[in-house]
Ligand binder design. Structure first.
Ligand code: ATP
Ligand code: MN
Length: 350
């Protein structure tokens, strides 16, 4: 995996910053890391750790390497966060094909988006042969060891499919990705999310909201895995197009910045087979290192942005989850989308 960049199945992520040809930093000895440099003030709030540590039985190398120069966050900060948050993350990771965004040279180096097992696999990850025909095995993270193992191999972002390996042709959730025109205020995002939730409610569907850790929000509709990819995607498209028809001044279902001017883009294309979305409680490989955080619908009005929570303040949020997990009901919701629902939406738009 150290030369994952040479593997045809490990492609540079969409927005590499300062692309480099070499990316084999995963096994760099600590002496080559920037461990001698004192991190900026903010990073010092995170308790220090020996340069090399053992977490969940995985030996961590280059622990003090700074990943995000803008905040001073180090590799060990990412790994320790994932270990601390594993209880909340793992239910959303287990048995779900995962794509990794790896940053072997930090956020300023090239990022690698990896959908399949590479020639030198990360040992703790589970491989699933044959689910993505013509490609190497898909991967799942099913344990704390796998989560820490992925982070040790420089994984920052974890993106999951909308289906589990146990029932790969039947998605068990729909995701709406709400992306704002950067010129719009956050209040428009809150409004669009509330409208999406309200429409879903009229269809008898419960939905759950999370910050993206970046610019927007994700709305997730858990499903019993009963309907195939095409029908679920058609449903998602009908919902997005219905919203856009309802409030054309505020919402668009059409991709591209020219359609999004002064609007929120409700992206339903996250619902195709093989598409993925950053996992709940997942870290983002962007300066500041936002975290995608589940929120309760009645908290939405008080939110301030998609990157409201970052690796620097996420512990405050984790500390509240035992008494108030906003997604406590998520795993128990049993609902489905039907062709009738989709047809009903489409007909009401005519
Ligand atoms: P934001 O709130 O800033 O929009 P986001 O998570 O909604 O954040 P992106 O980070 O732009 O959106 O990611 C879009 C999706 O595209 C991700 O969920 C991921 O699954 C996918 N993706 C990202 N990079 C690549 C890539 N290089 N190749 C294929 N798919 C990618
Ligand atoms: Mn988005």
């Amino acid at each position: 995996m150290q030369d994952a960049h040479k593997n045809q199945h490990t492609t540079p992520a969409r927005t590499p910053r300062g692309a480099r040809s070499e990316a084999s930093g995963t096994a760099a000895p600590v002496s080559r890391a920037v461990s001698g440099r004192r991190p900026p003030r903010a990073a010092r709030r995170i308790p220090d750790t020996p340069a090399d540590a053992d977490i969940a039985g995985i030996s961590i190398t280059s622990a003090r390497r700074v990943i995000d120069a803008s905040s001073g966050l180090r590799k060990i900060d990412v790994i320790r966060y994932y270990a601390r948050a594993s209880r909340w993350l793992l239910p959303h990771l287990r048995e779900r094909p995962v794509s990794l965004v790896r940053a072997p040279r930090g956020l300023e180096g090239e990022l690698f988006f990896q959908r399949h097992s590479a020639r030198a696999p990360i040992p703790e990850l589970t491989q699933h042969e044959g689910l993505d025909p013509g490609h190497p095995p898909l991967l799942t993270i099913d344990s704390l060891e796998a989560l820490v193992g992925a982070a040790q191999m420089d994984t920052i972002e974890l993106h999951t499919w909308n289906a589990c390996v146990t029932d790969i042709e039947r998605p068990d959730r729909v995701v709406f990705d709400l992306d704002p025109d950067p010129a719009l205020g956050w209040d428009c995002m809150i409004e669009a999310a509330d409208m999406t939730r309200a429409l879903l409610q009229t269809l008898g569907l419960e939905s759950f909201c999370k910050t993206s850790g970046g610019k927007g929000l994700h709305i997730v509709v858990p499903l019993a895995p009963e309907t195939g990819w095409e029908d679920v995607k058609a449903f998602a498209r009908a919902v997005a197009q219905h919203l856009a028809a309802d409030v054309p001044t505020r919402i668009t279902a059409t991709m591209g910045p020219e359609h999004r001017r002064k609007k929120i883009f409700v992206d339903y294309l996250r619902n195709a087979r093989g598409a993925s979305t950053v996992v709940a409680y997942g870290v983002r490989a962007r300066p500041g290192m936002g975290v995608s955080v589940p929120i309760a619908w009645d908290e939405l009005a008080q939110t301030s942005g998609g990157a409201q929570w970052t690796l620097h303040n996420i512990d405050e949020r984790l500390a509240t989850l035992d008494r108030a997990d906003p997604w406590a009901a998520y795993l128990d919701v049993k609902q489905q989308v039907t062709a009738e629902l989709t047809i009903g939406l489409e007909e009401s738009d005519r």
